[in-house]
Design a protein around this ligand. Structure first.
Ligand SMILES: [Mg+2]
Length: 291
């Protein structure tokens, strides 16, 4: 493991981020934490906006639509239009639109995210539970209280009858104001265990998700290595981005720390983050220069 404290962090970061033309920014742990803005995050985004530096907020959150997320950012004084967001739900919907339309889907996700699936035929919970129900795909996201035994059974039955299996993500847990919460990846794992099938993941850390994020940056002829994913999750953000050919940048402002850095770096296929920063603010300073 590199000792990043041995040299001035600014010089290190500047060198490690040299050539980066665009950023994918994780939301939880990079911009917000437990529902509150992380210190320096608003300043960092304002600096990127002022400099015209391309960035997209790339989050596995699937409880809220991009429209709602955009409004939530507005409430804390940050201007983030929906087109600056790529979510696990929007990536899953884009995939479903390409591969399954106009056949019906059973989508287990919070109601607000249904808008991402506009124009697609979605089964209601009652339709999904009815005998003889069929779906082209079962799509599982953050369904919250709709992860009932009945709805999980419907998903299981539809999958056994041949529906394709799409997971918005497989995050194990996340931090909310109420503390660590079981995430939808655990429900996906339950369905995988029961059906002995593997879900196709639309969100992080899938290659498809990072490709969608890079596409949304709107850069001409950009190489993946010229884009850095900034995140607090060493597997879903950092390692996933690296596997997709992007640079993986870790920030210490979120849920993972030294123990996870050691784990992700060790062993076969392990790799250290391409850069480590205290927070997004230091990344903005390194990329844009101090004013
Ligand atoms: Mg995060």
């Amino acid at each position: 493991m590199c000792d990043h404290s041995a040299v001035g962090p600014d010089t290190n970061l500047r060198n490690q981020l040299a050539g980066v033309r665009g950023l994918l920014l994780d939301m939880d742990g990079v911009l917000v934490m437990r529902g509150k803005l992380i210190p320096g995050a608003a300043e960092a985004l304002a600096a990127f906006d002022a400099a015209g530096f391309p960035y997209v907020i790339a989050t596995n959150t699937s409880m809220l639509s991009r429209d709602t997320l955009s409004r939530e950012f507005g409430k804390v004084g940050m201007s983030v239009p929906p087109e600056r967001l790529v979510t696990a739900a929007s990536a899953a919907a884009a995939y479903a639109r390409r591969h399954f339309a106009p056949d019906p889907l059973y989508v287990l996700v919070a109601r607000d995210s249904f808008v991402e699936f506009d124009g697609l035929r979605l089964l209601t919970h009652d339709e999904a539970a009815s005998p003889g129900a069929r779906a082209a795909a079962v799509v599982v996201g953050d369904a919250g209280d709709e992860f009932t035994a009945r709805n999980m059974q419907s998903a299981f039955t539809l999958l056994r009858q041949g529906a394709r299996f799409v997971a918005m993500h497989k995050n194990r847990w996340w931090i909310t104001e109420a503390g660590a919460m079981l995430d939808s990846g655990a429900y996906v794992a339950a369905l995988e265990f029961g059906t002995e099938r593997r879900a196709l993941v639309a969100g992080k850390p899938s290659r498809m998700f990072f490709a969608e994020g890079v596409r949304q940056l709107g850069l001409e002829r950009v190489a993946p290595a010229d884009v850095a994913m900034v995140g607090d999750d060493l597997w879903n953000d950092v390692r996933g981005a690296q596997k997709a050919g992007l640079r993986g940048v870790f920030v210490r402002s979120g849920k993972h720390g030294e123990a996870e850095i050691a784990r992700v770096s060790a062993g076969r296929g392990g790799r250290a983050p391409d850069a480590i920063a205290p927070s997004i603010l230091e990344i903005a300073e390194a990329l844009l220069g101090r004013t």
